[in-house]
Write a protein that binds this ligand. Structure first.
Ligand code: GLU
Length: 306
């Protein structure tokens, strides 16, 4: 399958977009390595975006630690690092456009009210549409929601295959600006991927069902959709995804080679055992020469043992 390129520049652009909620763990390193190799082996750009939209969840120093770890691993990005915390104007413009075209509406419901009246969907409560026709008298609008419609969206994921989702049934009208102020991840990611000219998104399969929301927003905002490939997430024995905020084992930037070797192995690349102790440049040389996205396991999660 041909690699997607920007029609204006003819160039492939990939990206890595960590949230600064803690140090990088092996699961996020996998997403970094896969997106990096995919971009570099196509002669493309690889951009870095720190998704620090949510001030209460950001951990002081985490963004800098992520940058230093990526550098220690030889994951060098192109251009300036983009910080979502500085992008409020761009997100406001996108929301304003959605408002003008009648695609968003204010919502006064509390989390509690939604939980009490909602059906369960693919990722939690489906918004029941309470404020769709207007906020009830005496109530104060809190969040902004985008209307969804019942036409199912099919994503043909480059690793997971076709995945169809009926957004209205399974997610419901979703938030683009939260009651406490910040813009939602779904909106910000769409605006930033478009601004950066990202042609292919390679990320963890925990975001597979976010893709349909992002495509919905791209269509409403008249933005191009990149191609998507979702790699498996790593889970522990209880089926829990490794997470930065959960304090799961951080990768050690002082000793990158064994971890990089393991990441390549988990990505199905079968690195030769003798490279386990090679200099990092040599391991990258091998990885760039042998990278095959088709060898990445076509599953949504991998159990991390040992
Ligand atoms: N910020 C998200 C995370 O750290 C990734 C978002 C994305 O790749 O679209 O899990």
């Amino acid at each position: 399958m041909a690699a997607p390129t920007d029609p204006a520049t003819g160039r492939y652009c990939g990206r890595f977009a960590p949230s600064p909620t803690g140090p990088l763990h092996l699961g996020s390193l996998l997403a970094a390595v896969a997106s990096f190799l995919q971009a570099r082996t196509r002669g493309g750009a690889w951009r870095l975006r720190i998704e620090d939209l949510d001030p209460p969840r950001a951990v002081a120093g985490a963004a800098d630690a992520i940058l230093r770890t990526l550098e220690a691993f030889g994951l060098h990005w192109d251009g300036e690092v983009r910080y979502q915390s500085g992008r409020g104007d761009a997100y406001a413009q996108a929301v304003e456009r959605l408002r003008r075209t009648g695609h968003v509406y204010p919502c006064a419901c509390s989390r509690r009210e939604i939980a009490d009246s909602a059906r369960a969907g693919i990722e939690g409560a489906v918004y029941p549409g309470t404020c769709r026709a207007g906020v009830a008298a005496g109530r104060t609008a809190r969040a902004l929601r985008v209307r969804t419609d019942t036409a199912a969206i099919t994503v043909v994921d480059g690793i997971q295959g076709p995945v169809t989702l009926d957004l209205a049934r399974e997610v419901g009208d979703f938030v683009v600006r939260r009651a406490d102020g910040p813009y939602a991840y779904q909106l910000a990611v769409v605006v930033d991927d478009a601004e950066d000219g990202v042609t292919e998104v390679v990320r963890g399969a925990d975001l597979l069902y976010s893709t349909h929301r992002q495509i919905h927003l791209q269509r409403l905002l008249d933005l191009p959709s990149p191609r998507y490939r979702h790699i498996p997430v790593l889970t522990d024995r209880d089926g829990r995804k490794l997470s930065k905020s959960g304090g799961d084992a951080a990768v050690d930037p002082r000793n990158p080679v064994p971890t990089l070797w393991r990441a390549l192995d988990l990505l199905g690349q079968s690195p030769p055992p003798e490279l386990h102790r090679a200099p990092v440049g040599e391991l990258w040389g091998w990885a760039r020469e042998h990278w095959r996205i088709d060898a990445v396991p076509r599953v949504r999660s991998l159990l991390l043992t040992g």
